[in-house]
Design a protein around this ligand. Structure first.
Ligand code: F6P
Length: 323
């Protein structure tokens, strides 16, 4: 038996740990393992590389992906998906493991539905916004990266008695913003899922000042509005109350890189081994998911068309702790 693995979409710390797990679990079950370069692009271009257990040595601690990644527009066209499946069949692949997010799972599902090709999805994205699983590989590292940066920004915020608006990643979701806000003791988390109007931010900051706190951090998910814009609005609104400049900082790709945390390495290893075990039991067209802290299989389609939201209780918790 021969299996193939690819990484697709935005990179996330822990991808290499997951590739390693798929390759070594594959070896454990007696399968040959092929790596597909640059995600779905490599499927279309037949850019395949053989992966032995030794080829994935010394990568568990590395960020990024040794298989490279891409977002491949050609995959939206049936003609190219057909080519991809032909290439997989020519190579004798019995199952394709797609380590990806929502978009990648939809691509994988098309191969399963249109060509009856066996696929298994393994969820990764620093945004943690894949429906159907409590966790996606990379989130913990991204949050830790953000917290480390916010802690540093707080030094300046405190020393200069300034308000800072810090923008974190999350095009459509506020998981990183909320978690990094709670973990860094920020005053406000602005996330797309649970709005917090400007007048309430102003109120919160005025109350903080009344309590003697002369600096504040506001964490905003990029999906809400640019930090620069929010900082500008707040500066205007707060001027009458004697506040000074409001600065902003955009953390950007710093969050997506670097060595994965132990949690991401362990979770990526669990997800990868579990995926191969499922294949060994004849189960495909599924995604690996975390539910109540356990790794479970779910139909791949579960993740489509639904929005995963952070717990409202965490949003409330953040507000209670900053009061
Ligand atoms: O990986 C998810 C994410 O980090 C989003 O939060 C962000 O908007 C997006 O990727 C940006 O990625 P790229 O610049 O690679 O398209």
């Amino acid at each position: 038996m021969k299996i193939a693995v690819l990484t697709s979409g935005g990179d996330a710390p822990g991808l290499n740990a997951c590739i390693r797990a798929v390759v070594r679990a594959g070896h454990h079950y007696g399968y040959q393992v092929i790596g597909v370069k640059r995600g779905f692009k490599g499927l279309i271009d037949r850019d395949f590389v053989s992966l032995s257990p030794r080829d994935v040595g010394l990568i568990i601690n590395r960020g990024g992906t040794i298989l490279l990644s891409s977002r491949e527009d050609r995959f939206f066209s049936y003609e190219y998906r057909k080519k991809a499946v032909e290439n997989l069949k020519k190579e004798g692949i019995d199952c394709l493991f797609v380590i990806g997010g929502n978009g990648s799972f939809q691509g994988a599902n098309l191969l399963a539905e249109e060509f009856d090709f066996p696929v298994i999805g393994i969820p990764k994205t620093i945004d943690n916004d894949t429906y159907g699983t409590e966790y996606t590989i990379g989130f913990d590292t991204a949050v830790n990266n953000a917290v480390e940066s916010i802690d540093k920004i707080r030094d300046t915020s405190m020393s200069h008695e300034r308000i800072f608006v810090v923008e974190v990643m999350g095009r459509d979701s506020g998981f990183i913003a909320l978690a990094s806000s709670i973990a860094s003791g920020a005053d406000v988390a602005l996330i797309p899922e649970y709005p917090f109007p400007i007048f309430r931010i102003v109120e919160t900051l005025i109350k903080a000042r009344e309590r003697g706190k002369r600096f504040s951090i506001i964490v905003v998910a990029e999906g809400v509005a640019p930090a620069r814009k929010i900082a500008g609005i707040l500066e205007e609104k707060l001027k009458p109350y004697g506040f000074g400049e409001v600065r902003h900082s955009v953390l950007g790709y710093i969050q997506r890189g670097g060595s994965p945390t132990a949690y991401d390495r362990i979770t990526a290893s669990r997800f990868g081994v579990f995926a191969v075990e499922q294949f060994s039991k004849g189960k495909t067209k599924i995604m690996v998911a975390m539910e109540n802290g356990k790794v479970v299989p779910k139909p791949l389609k579960v993740s489509f068309g639904r929005i995963k939201k952070p717990d409202f209780s965490d949003f409330q918790l953040n507000n209670i702790l900053t009061l």
